[in-house]
Design a binder for this molecule. Structure first.
Ligand code: FAD
Ligand code: UDP
Length: 371
């Protein structure tokens, strides 16, 4: 008999498993995939750590979380500064003085603010009711039309007028010449990739891969005193109240015989007509082109295509709009009655969590259950 069965060897499951093991508990971790690390899995190809499930940059304001992850890897000083390409124009992200200068030729913060204010006034928005109105009230119509409307429409498969505002509120708007995509105090990429972090967390813990909890639900439910479940909560309950909506992705990765393909880790393609949202060039996450003495004439790039989610696809993003959040509340109420099962992580809690949120939540649960 195990004290804990952890379903899912992603970040949430692995943090919890590490803490439980440290507290002397007997832990079994299972995952239906053939690899650990869930969506933060990285694979070394030609000495380049490839982010197999999309670009992952660790950033947080929470010192406790930052200190916690340092135990498992050394982090570099990577600062995310994506470039946005719209037709033949190129802009800096997030929205800052460099973006405003390129868009309108303005030079001072006051000039930029005046431009935005005039466009917000013209759009007659007082209280933004959806993503479109939220975006226009943050950065004006020109930036909305060139850098947000098309990208967001293809990313989420819905027009911005039908999407919740919180999605765009994730992005900073800054009246300084600062291209740092995040406002957080701490930011970096683990040197050597994310998989090493998870492997360290799971050291000495029994892990069974290619093992789907739902295929042997009775057996797995009876081998542990408590289950920590990080898969989809609606799937666990056989969709008894209906399906929650997710958004999926398709990744096309290729190795190229060139040293430097795009000069930046992340380049967004914001036009609706380009079917992918971004191209990632993985070597730049670890400064793969900085040292002229260590030329690697190969590079790995990934195109990220948004995709509709249907049962069986990877549920990369929960769709946290009002309708789905209400449905999730019903599943949550059901799960609160469970004595032996606790749900965690992006899929178990149906939340658009970043990695730092996941670590924080997993530590909170560990404190609650392990003391
Ligand atoms: P997951 O990683 O999804 O792990 C859940 C695991 O459970 C999976 O391995 C799955 O196979 C397994 N599982 C599910 N059901 C079962 C079952 N029935 N039986 C057995 N196993 C099961 N965050 C950031 O902080 N910075 C970023 O830059 C960033 N970029 C992102 C980019 C993309 C494209 C995406 C999709 C996410 C990004 N994130 C980023 C978010 C980050 O990926 C998540 O916060 C984190 O990976 C969630 O960890 P998790 O353990 O909750 O879920
Ligand atoms: N976004 C956009 N244009 C961009 C980048 C982002 O409109 O060039 C919007 C889009 O709606 C996206 C949201 O901002 O879903 C949040 O962006 P983020 O980079 O945080 O998305 P994630 O990394 O979670 O996919």
């Amino acid at each position: 008999m195990y004290d804990f069965l952890v379903v899912g060897a992603g970040l949430f499951g692995s943090v919890f498993a590490y803490e439980a093991n440290k507290a002397g508990k007997k832990v079994l971790v299972i995952d239906k995939r053939s690899t650990v690390a869930g969506n933060i899995y990285t694979e070394n190809i030609e000495n380049i750590n490839v982010h197999k499930y999309g670009a992952h940059i660790f950033h947080t304001n929470n010192k406790k979380v930052w200190d916690y992850v340092q135990q498992f890897a050394e982090f570099n000083r990577y600062t995310n500064s994506p470039i946005a390409v719209y037709k033949d124009e190129l802009y800096n992200l997030p929205f800052n003085m460099n973006t405003f200068n390129k868009m309108w030729g303005v030079v001072t913060p006051q000039q930029a603010k005046d431009r935005i204010d005039a466009q917000v006034k013209e759009a007659r928005i007082t209280t933004p009711k959806n993503l479109e109105e939220q975006a226009i009230s943050m950065v004006g119509k020109d930036i909305y039309e060139k850098l947000i409307e098309g990208y967001t429409g293809k990313q989420w498969g819905k027009p911005c007028s039908e999407l919740p505002s919180f999605i765009i509120k994730r992005l900073p708007v800054r009246f300084t010449y600062d291209n740092n995509y995040f406002n957080d105090k701490y930011q970096g990429i683990p040197i050597g990739g994310y998989t090493g972090i998870i492997e360290k967390m799971l050291e000495g813990i029994e892990v069974r891969l290619n093992t789907d909890f739902l295929e042997n639900r009775d057996e797995y439910s009876s081998i542990a005193k408590k289950i920590i479940y990080t898969g989809m909560i609606d799937e666990y309950y056989d969709y008894c109240y209906g399906e929650l909506e997710y958004r999926s992705l398709r990744f096309e990765t290729e190795m190229l015989n060139v040293e430097n393909y795009q000069g930046n880790a992340v380049v967004n393609y914001t036009e609706y007509e380009v079917p992918y949202t971004r191209i990632i060039e993985h070597k730049h996450f670890e400064f793969g082109c900085q040292n002229a003495n260590e030329v690697n004439n190969k590079t790995v790039i990934t195109r990220e295509y948004p995709a509709e989610w249907t049962k069986g696809d990877e549920p990369y993003y929960p769709m946290n709009d009002e309708k789905n959040n209400q449905l999730y509340t019903k599943y949550k109420t059901l799960s609160d009655k469970e004595e032996n099962v606790v749900f965690g992580g992006r899929l178990g809690m149906y939340r658009y969590f970043d990695m730092h949120n996941v670590v924080d939540e997993a530590l909170k649960l560990s404190e609650k259950l392990l003391g």
